[in-house]
Design a protein around this ligand. Structure first.
Ligand SMILES: Nc1ncnc2c1ncn2[C@@H]1O[C@H](COP(=O)(O)OP(=O)(O)O)[C@@H](O)[C@H]1O
Ligand SMILES: [Mg+2]
Length: 236
């Protein structure tokens, strides 16, 4: 005769086809949801500026070290970086940064978002929104519920949005969410800074029509960042 303790797991095993891996994956998904919720629903009085801008800790960490404007010489000179910064700081232009992985797009785009915030100090940090095209877009594309609503509210409220890593391993439903964000920004008047490892042609094929034409419309500017992958070098 088996003890109850032995029988129950076997019954559960029979009626539930869930495997150990599926349970672990579900656990991980749930945990991730909690983490994302904590990132989205912030306590404005206590959260750090980075948290309030939804900048992931890993990326916030980039900013603890100075940006080296000579790092990608001769492909990118300090003057090339300055042109990008000036275009972003001066106007109402959307800025798109294209280039291979590891050349510094996310780093410099995040610095520009933070720089803009500090320049426009009267605007709360919540008006500046970092969106990770693989993490945050997944919430918009795959889930419905309070966290999705919270994120859409933030997108509509934001004045400046960094849409980071557009097109990196992105399924169609995620691309659709990216298009919606672009069209929402166009409607609300939010200024976008976009990074992508696609070239302009690839980005155009992915986004198509209206969304793509916003990116290239006057006065918006597209920059190609040339250089080498320095992730190994900086130990990331
Ligand atoms: N010019 C630079 N000076 C200092 N660190 C840099 C520079 N460019 C990139 N990095 C660092 O290299 C890593 C990869 O940069 P990242 O911005 O993530 O590249 P990308 O977004 O283009 O893939 C990050 O840790 C970033 O802080
Ligand atoms: Mg990046």
């Amino acid at each position: 005769m088996n003890s109850i303790a032995e029988v129950i797991p076997s019954i559960v095993g029979e009626i539930q086809v869930t495997t150990e891996e599926e349970i672990l994956a579900d656990e991980a998904r749930w945990q991730e949801q909690q983490d994302n919720r904590q990132r989205l629903v912030f306590d404005a009085t206590r959260a750090s500026e980075m948290d309030r801008m939804n900048i992931p800790p890993k990326v916030a960490d980039y900013l603890s070290k100075p940006f080296d404007f000579t790092k990608q010489m001769p492909d990118m000179t300090p003057a090339d970086w300055k042109r990008i910064a000036d275009a972003w700081m001066e106007g109402k232009a959307w800025i798109t940064l294209l280039g291979d992985t590891g050349v510094g797009k996310t780093d410099v785009a995040t610095r520009l978002l933070v720089k803009k915030r500090r320049h426009l100090i009267g605007l709360g940090a919540e008006r500046f929104l970092f969106l990770d095209a693989t993490e945050d877009i997944r919430i918009l594309a795959d889930r419905f519920g309070p966290d999705t609503d919270a994120l859409w509210d933030r997108i509509k409220y934001a004045s400046f949005i960094l849409l980071d890593d557009v097109g990196y391993a992105t399924p169609e439903r995620h691309i659709s969410a990216v298009r919606q964000i672009i069209m929402s920004a166009d409607k609300s008047g939010a200024i976008l800074i976009i990074t992508s490892n696609h070239n302009l042609n690839g980005l155009g094929k992915m986004l198509e029509g209206a969304a793509m034409s916003r990116i290239t419309a006057t006065p918006n500017q597209v920059f190609v960042i040339k250089g080498r992958d320095i992730r190994q070098e900086v130990g990331k």
